[in-house]
Every structure is written in structure tokens, then in C-alpha cells.
Design a protein around this ligand. Structure first.
Ligand SMILES: [Zn+2]
Length: 60
């Protein structure tokens, strides 16, 4: 199983910033954030890193 992030769909940058799932609030809502320096920010509601990565990859 690949855990690699695809390049940014907008600018092609491969240096993607991945913020691992973090809980917010009570009850906790888990949010992973993947973003690029071109301004794209993608929030994924998941506790699972793999799921966050595949959500990003499907989007591009
Ligand atoms: Zn970009």
C-alpha cells in the first residue's frame, strides 16, 4: 500500500505539507490537513492517516 502523496493538482508541487490527524473540540472531531504553498488547503475529517492520503490522491 502506498502512502505517498500525489503532487499538488493545481501547481504540481511535490513538497506537500501534511498535518497528521488532530482532535478538535468535545466530542472530538478529527481533522487531517494537507496543504501546498500555492494556497490549496484540504481538510479531511478522519482519524486515519492512510485515509487522509487517499482522499487527497483521489482529489487530484
Ligand atoms: Zn500547489
Amino acid at each position: 500500500m502506498s502512502s505517498k502523496l500525489k503532487p499538488c493538482p493545481k501547481c504540481g508541487n511535490r513538497d506537500i505539507y501534511f498535518l497528521r490527524p488532530t482532535p478538535f473540540g468535545t466530542p472530538a472531531v478529527w481533522i487531517a490537513t494537507i496543504s501546498c504553498s500555492c494556497g490549496i488547503t484540504f481538510n479531511i475529517h478522519t482519524k486515519d492517516k492512510q485515509e487522509a492520503i487517499s482522499a487527497w490522491n483521489k482529489r487530484s
